[in-house]
Structure formats: C-alpha cells, structure tokens
Ligand binder design. Structure first.
Ligand code: ADP
Ligand code: MG
Length: 674
C-alpha cells in the first residue's frame, strides 16, 4: 500500500484523522467493537445493550408525523420490533421491503408503540449468510470516510507494513507483553475466542502491548529532549553561601525541612555545567519565594545576574518589594521592569540589565521582550510557570548564555501527569507548610444568605482582621465582570458603614492597583473587593476571611489558589464559597471536592478525574503529545514500567530506542525543540 496511489480526496480525509503514512493506519486502533457473532431472539434481547436480531419485514412505510421517517415492523418467531430511520437512503428502504429477511444490529428501547430500534445497522439475509465469527471493530473516522472504507485501508496497510517488533524479547518477556505484530492484528481483527470485555475495556494483553508502546515512545522522546538540553552549557554556580546565610539570619523564621531539602536540590543543579531545568512545586503558602531568593543569592554571589518573572504586575511588584526588603540591606540592587513603566524608568531598568548594575531584575513578561539584554544572566526564575506559554518560556531560555531555570508553581500536578508531561523537568516539592498556620475552614453558602456573610465580615473586621471579596468570573463579558465588581464595592461600602472597602480589578492602571494593594497591605483598607486578579501569589497574612461569589463558575485549581490567599497568618481563617441555585450535578461534585479537601494535590487529582487531564492548567500548551490509547490514571502501572524501560533502553540500546520512536513519533523533531 502506498499513499501516493490514493486519491487526493482520500488522503485529505486521512490527514484530518492525523493519518499521514501507512503505518499511521496500522496504529489507528478501533474505538470500540460491535458484537455481531451471536443472534438473539427478539424476546431474549436485552434492553440498553446492542444486540443482533434477525427477522422478516412485515411492513414498511414512510411516515410524516411528527417528521418524515421510515418505519418498518420486523418479526421473528418470538416477537416483533419497530425499526425507525429518521434519515434514510433509498437503499435502506429497499432493504426493508416487505417479505425480506434482515439482520438488525442495535440497541432495543421501549418506544411508545412498542419495542423499537432506532437506526440499527441493517443487513439483508440471503440463502446462506453465516454470522461473523469475531467482533467487528469500529474506527474513529471523519465525514466522507465510511467504516468499511477505513477498515479496508487499514487492512491494506497491515499487509504492506513491516510489523516486526521494535522491542527485543528480553524487554518484553519479563513484562509479559506479547509481540507487536500479533497484537495489532488481533486488535484490528479480533478472533471469536476473545472476551468482548477485554477488548472494550482495553485490558487484553494486545491492548496492554500497544499502550505500553505508546507510553514508552512518549517517555523516550521526553528523555531525549532532556539529553539534548544536557549538552548545553551553563555557568557552574557553587559559591560559599555567605550571602544566603546573611539573608537567612535576617529573617524572623527558619526554613522548614521541606524548604531546606528543595534548596539542596537546587544547589546541586546550579553547580552542574548544564542548565538546571527544575520545577519547584509547593501548595499555596508553602514558602517558595524565600527558596527562590536563596537560590538567587547563590547566583549573585558567584557574579551572575538573576531575572525573576511573574505573570501579573501585581504579583511581580509584590515580589519586587519583598526581595528589595530582603536583599537591599545586603547591598544588592533590585531592579523593576514592567510594561507599564514610564519611558525613563524603563530605560534605566534596561540599562541595569544590560550593564549588570542590578544583579537582580524582577518583572513581568516585559522581561521576555527582545530589547531586554542581560550582561550575564545566570539564573532565570519563573513564578507561576503554568501561566506562561511554551513560547514565552523558550524566549527566556534564549536570553543570556543558557541560564539555569527555576520554575515555580502552586498548581499541583498529580504524579502520573507530572511523569508524563513534565518528564523532562526535575521536580522538587515543598510538601510541608510553615509552622503556626491554622487550617482554613471552608463553607458553602447559598447566595440567598448573603446578609449573614456581610455580618460575618463586619465581625472579622471588628477583631482586627481583613477580608477579600472575590467577584465572579464572567467569561462572556469583561465589561459585565467589571460592572459586578463596581456594584459589589458600592453595596459593601454602604452595608459596612465605617469600614474601608477597596476595589481592585484588571482594568485599573498599574499604579492605581499598586496603591490599592499597598493600602490593603498596610491595613488602611479592611475589605478588598477584587476580580480574580488577586488569584496568584498575593500575600497579606492578616487577611483571614475570603468570600468567593459564584464559586460554581470557577475552576477548582483557581478556587484552591484563591482560598490560599487566607490562612497565611496565625489567625483562624475562613473561606466562604457563595453559590447560586440551582446547581447542576457537575457543579455540585466540583464544589464538594473543594469543600472536602485542603490538599492541593488531592484537589488536582479529583479535578483531573472530573474533567480529564487535557483540561489541566499548562498541559495543553506543554507541547507534549496527548496519549491516544493509554489512560494516565488507569494505566499508571504501565507508565511506571515504560519510564524504567525508557531509561534502560537509552542507556543500553539507543538504536532500539530510535527505532521505536521512528515507529511511534516520526515527527518528533518538533518536540525536541520544546
Ligand atoms: P508561596 O509558596 O505560595 O509562594 P510564599 O513564598 O508567598 O508562598 O510564602 C507565604 C508566607 O509564608 C510568606 O509570608 C513567607 O514569608 C512565609 N514563610 C515562608 N517560609 C516560612 C517559614 N519557613 N516559616 C514561617 N513563615 C514562612
Ligand atoms: Mg508565590
């Protein structure tokens, strides 16, 4: 078989399915299977599951009410059925000619007029039509490409392709995995002896083999990308640690065990001659900033510059202030670069970067821009890394001479997902919160009881605490979202007489935002009404109540992040999730997850279960191919094995690894770049 012999119409349809070469057809595995091996009598056919029945057509009419449709009655010795075709072709009407014997494959339902099959698969039965012996595959397909057409192409591709194994028996046997050729053949044309459930549930060894191959290819490509990176040079940073010691001595707290551990991991990487690529994970409030600051001290002490990037100006500015208070007493200049700076200030910051007069530059994505040059960038720190796209992260990597990179994220990634999508990163986890935090209590309250919430706010402020009020995300309209925030601010100002209520939203000028944040930090503002701009990173330990309006509209990761803005001090904290009724089932389950869990990892895991991994933050733009056959949760064991096998193959039989990748990911050059 050769794609060149196919018509352009066919190749373009195949391309739509991602099928560009014969081997792609070999790997185009069935979505599900239909069982046409057993005839059942109409009386015994089960409801709600597809079955195959055979009978004689008693009548067949085109009806016009409620709409045009073909309705036939078919009977066998045990009962009868109505066949209803809402769209039909003349050929189907002909099959259902009175007196014909037909086989019908479909689901039987109780209709108003009796048992019926809607749009069954119909076959006319002639003299001696034997039943098919095995399950029939059903392929993913596209408009204009019928099942039998794609099946035919696949069988041609199977016959014409080299199906020899890419993996040697000494790999497969200990894992109890069957050979490749019989496995694909079986999945495309199952034999009668195979239990349907093993095929549909994808537990059959043949499925295991294909899923393993897919996972192995993914692991190999990620590891090779990492190897490519390892060949690049980066400054070896192994200073005495004087600066870091001084910073630590100036703090009112000591590091937690987890912070010390991740710092050691970072220090180890910095001392290597190739770029660090480490993801620092820690739940909100775990204390990632100080770890980043200590890493920055090492680079600065060794004579290099450090850039710290944050996704929003509010967060970047907060980092800037915090780092300046920490480091300027140690005679380290901290520069600030944001898109909103006036020309003169911007020029000064750019000069600081280019001349090396400021060893630490904090900023937003403005730091990615091409006019920004660094004298000798040694370390780039990216906060809330999942907020940046791949392209932006790459742009930063191009700055300077291959700097070390430390990425930080509070969005916890479940282990299987991390292994799968971030396998080319090293991951450090701060899995312990600083001592003295009181757990946050979460309450779900219907917005009909909003008055009680306002009373609670007044009481909190009376105790000396501060409050966030987060307005709903209105995706359809930013103007509407703004309006809601403005209205809420006005309403709360009126209701909370004598209490300073501030407002912050995305449309304010950066210096206005900064002024409001400043007022909140200094407790001149007690209640801060905000749109979701405060989601990331804002740190005001005295704030101990958070109210989130229309919580049902927000993502779980977002709710968890928002909730993490309180519970940062020693005061008992409360997060009120206001929802409006009625709640749908999915909304209910999601709110239950956030209500019942405080551990970000567990929330992310359940979120993934509810929505599927593709929706999780960052995965979409990660540049890593999505899995077609394997399932990260169900096949976690296979993923473990694939990871070990990938490591083993690359170390001992790289040629085998390459051959395997050629089969599964022929376009992997693209991946290697990211
Ligand atoms: P995140 O990991 O969410 O970025 P931050 O770095 O903003 O968290 O830290 C949250 C708060 O905890 C900050 O006020 C920080 O100064 C404080 N903090 C960090 N480490 C410790 C520690 N070891 N002991 C006490 N407080 C700490
Ligand atoms: Mg942070």
């Amino acid at each position: 078989m050769d794609f060149a012999t196919l018509t352009p119409a066919v190749t373009s349809r195949l391309a739509k399915l991602g099928l560009l070469r014969p081997f792609d057809l070999v790997l185009h595995l069935p979505l599900r299977y239909e069982d046409e091996t057993q005839l059942v009598s109409m009386r015994d056919a089960l409801f709600g599951a597809p079955s195959l029945v055979e009978g004689e057509v008693l009548s067949c009419d085109v009806q016009f009410r409620p709409r045009r449709q073909l309705v036939a009655r078919v009977a066998d010795d045990t009962g009868k059925l109505i066949v209803r075709l809402i769209h039909f072709y003349p050929s189907q009407a002909k099959q259902l000619t009175v007196g014909n014997r037909v086989r019908l494959y479909g689901e039987i339902r109780h209709g108003f007029w009796g048992d019926e099959m809607v749009h069954p698969k119909i076959k006319t039965v002639g003299e001696n039509n034997s039943l098919s012996e095995a399950l029939s595959p059903v392929y993913p397909t596209t408009a204009g490409m019928a099942q039998h057409q794609i099946a035919k192409l696949i069988h041609q591709a199977l016959a014409a392709s080299d199906l020899r194994d890419t993996l040697p028996p000494e790999i497969l046997e200990p894992l109890n995995l069957p050979a490749f050729a019989p496995s694909v053949k079986l999945l495309h044309a199952p034999t009668p002896d195979i239990p349907n459930i093993q095929l549909t549930e994808r537990t059959h060894p043949a499925w295991q083999r294909l899923k393993f191959d897919e996972l192995l290819a993914q692991q190999l490509s990620l590891r090779m990308a990492r190897a490519v990176r390892r060949e690049k040079n980066a400054p070896q940073i192994a200073p005495k640690g004087e600066l870091a010691r001084k910073l630590l001595a100036s703090l009112p707290f000591g590091l937690t065990g987890a912070q010390q551990r991740v710092l050691l991991e970072i220090e180890h990487d910095l001392a290597q001659p190739h770029p660090m690529q480490r993801l620092l994970q820690g739940d909100v409030g775990a204390g990632k900033t100080i770890v980043a600051a200590l890493a920055a001290c090492h680079a600065i002490e060794a004579g290099y510059q450090v850039a710290l990037l944050a996704p929003t100006e509010i967060l970047a500015e907060q980092h800037y202030r915090k780092l300046a208070t920490w480091l300027e007493p140690l005679n380290i200049r901290v520069a600030w670069l944001a898109g909103s700076l006036k020309a003169k200030a911007k020029r000064a910051a750019l000069e600081d970067a280019a001349l090396g007069t400021a060893p630490l530059i904090v900023g937003t994505h403005a730091l990615f821009q091409s006019q920004v040059e660094f004298a000798n960038l040694g370390l780039a720190i990216v906060d809330e890394q999942h907020r940046f796209g791949v392209a932006q992260r790459l742009a930063l990597r191009e700055k300077g001479n291959g700097p070390h990179q430390l990425m930080m994220s509070a969005t916890p990634i479940p282990r299987t997902l991390a292994m799968s999508f971030y396998a080319d990163l090293d991951v450090s986890v701060i899995d312990e919160l600083p001592p003295g935090r009181t757990p946050i209590v979460t309450k779900l309250i219907s917005d009909a009881r909003r008055d009680e919430v306002t009373e609670r706010i007044a009481a909190k402020v009376e105790e000396g605490r501060q409050v966030y009020w987060v307005c709903p995300l209105i995706e359809e309209s930013e103007a509407l979202q703004l309006q809601t925030a403005v209205d809420t601010h006005a309403q709360l100002t009126e209701e909370l007489n004598g209490i300073a209520v501030g407002l912050i939203h995305g449309r304010m000028k950066p210096d206005e935002k900064a002024a409001v944040m400043d007022g909140f930090i200094k407790n001149e503002i007690q209640v801060l009404v905000a749109t979701t701009v405060i989601e990331v990173g804002v740190d005001v330990p005295n704030a101990s109540l958070m109210v989130i309006e229309h919580a049902e509209r927000m993502g779980l990761a977002q709710l968890h992040q928002l909730r993490g803005r309180v519970g940062r001090g020693a005061h008992a904290s409360l997060c009120v999730l206001l929802y409006s009724t009625p709640l749908g089932e999915l909304a209910k389950s999601r709110l239950r997850v956030i209500y019942e869990n405080t551990d970000g990892f567990e929330i992310a895991r359940q979120d993934m279960e509810l929505r599927g991994p593709g929706e999780l933050a960052g995965v979409r733009q990660s540049g890593v191919p999505m899995l077609r056959f394997a399932d990260l949760e169900k096949d976690a064991d296979l993923l473990d094995v694939a990871r070990e096998t990938a490591e083993h193959l690359l170390a001992t039989q790289p040629a085998v690894a390459i051959a395997h990748l050629d089969r599964w990911l022929p376009g992997r050059e693209m991946l290697l770049k990211v």
